[in-house]
Design a protein around this ligand. Structure first.
Ligand code: OSB
Ligand code: MG
Length: 370
């Protein structure tokens, strides 16, 4: 592969409804789109899933732009040619962390590679599923009534499981209320690191509610207390924020810190690392599902592709574009019907960014010629 030009776009799209987690409320989504230009007019697209503020991880839109412009793009341009996208994570290795920034460029190169080889991104990754099952992630609601209304709406749309955000004070009573109203629906909760091991009573109470899993209950950088918690409850602990690499996954699994892992391509630094974690978890009997970062259609397309690998056995967060956006920037939009998305078979990510919609939501654009 020959990279002729790279374009970064800082984008902003307004969410249909504010999304509240234990660390804050998002009303607008600011992110970066990467375009990588190769031969034969092929363009690969990647989405940098960072947010404006460093609340989920340490990266922000500004730091990502800086890391890509001043370090990662020069590294890519120092190589005459790239034979395979797996080389990219090796090239980026001297740069510590900044995983979402690395992943955005690597993802665009994976898309370009798939297009140049006339195969879907899913097939290029070795995925085989023709359809994927998805659920929905619901932000913290003001009242139980509000929550029940939103949950019912998504159950009626056919989503395969309902994930509900929790934080101290908005946890056991709310989830108990949902469980009473919907006794058989697959429900899970996500705390985004809002608790400590001192809060064991909250988890013992949640443990009685037949939940699929409890996602990232404790600190974002912890695996030790998560292991203590997992040994005291039967509900599986799922790690999100704590896992940035295959090494992190191995250590968490060996310690017994979780029984399930939420895969986010950006959090682990790209598709190549995601595949390695996938293969390791499959060999250890640790099921995966694909998490979300309120992506546009470009990030959503990457999530769909990785979910076609066999160990993604639980429904992910990749719900329809229309659940987040008034209009998405890709054609067609991502659509889940009855909680099922048909995996595109055309070359690359399978959803085409629309030039004029892309421009409409672009705040800033910069071209990097080789
Ligand atoms: O923890 O999974 C998370 C959104 C932003 C930051 C962190 C998380 C989330 C979500 C949303 O849960 C998932 C989605 O994209 O629908
Ligand atoms: Mg999470």
């Amino acid at each position: 592969m020959e990279i002729k030009k790279i374009v970064l776009r800082r984008m902003e799209m307004t969410l249909k409804a504010p999304f509240q987690t234990s660390f804050g409320t998002e009303r607008k989504r600011e992110f970066i789109v990467v375009e990588v230009y190769g031969g034969n007019n092929n363009v690969g697209y990647g989405e940098c899933v960072v947010t404006s503020k460093p609340l989920y991880n340490e990266e922000t839109v500004k730091t990502s732009w800086h890391i890509m412009e001043d370090f990662l793009i020069p590294i890519l341009y120092s190589k005459e040619k790239i034979q395979h996208p797996d080389e990219v994570s090796q090239l980026f290795k001297p740069i510590r962390r900044n995983n979402m920034s690395k992943s955005a460029l690597e993802g665009a190169i994976w898309d370009l590679y798939a297009k140049e080889n006339n195969m879907s991104l899913a097939a290029a990754l070795g995925g085989t599923k023709k359809q994927i099952h998805v659920g929905v992630s619901i932000g913290i609601q003001e009242s139980l009534d509000d929550l029940l209304r939103v949950v019912e709406e998504f159950i009626n749309e056919g989503y395969k499981r309902i994930k509900i955000k929790i934080k101290p004070g908005k946890d056991v009573e709310m989830i108990k209320g949902v469980r009473q109203r919907f006794p058989d629906v697959p429900i899970m909760v996500d705390a985004n690191s809002a608790y400590t091991i001192q809060d064991i009573d909250v988890f013992k109470a949640l443990d009685e509610l037949n939940l699929m899993m409890i996602e990232q209950p404790l600190a974002h950088d912890d695996i030790v207390d998560h292991a203590k918690l997992q040994s005291q409850i039967k509900t599986p602990v799922c790690l999100d924020e704590s896992i940035h690499s295959l090494e992190d996954a191995r250590k968490a699994v060996e310690l017994g810190s979780c029984k399930i892992i939420n895969m986010k391509i950006g959090r682990v630094g790209g598709l190549t690392e995601a595949k390695k974690i996938h293969d390791y978890c499959m060999s250890k009997g640790i099921p995966l599902w694909c998490g979300g970062m309120l992506e546009s259609g470009i990030g959503r397309a990457h999530n769909i592709a990785i979910t076609t690998l066999p160990n993604f056995v639980l429904p992910g967060d990749t719900s329809s574009s229309s659940r987040y956006w008034y209009e998405d920037i890709v054609v067609p939009e991502v659509k889940a019907k009855n909680g099922i998305i048909d995996v595109p078979t055309v070359p690359g990510i399978g959803y085409e960014p629309d030039e004029s919609l892309m421009d409409k939501y672009t705040l800033e654009k910069k071209e990097f010629e080789r």
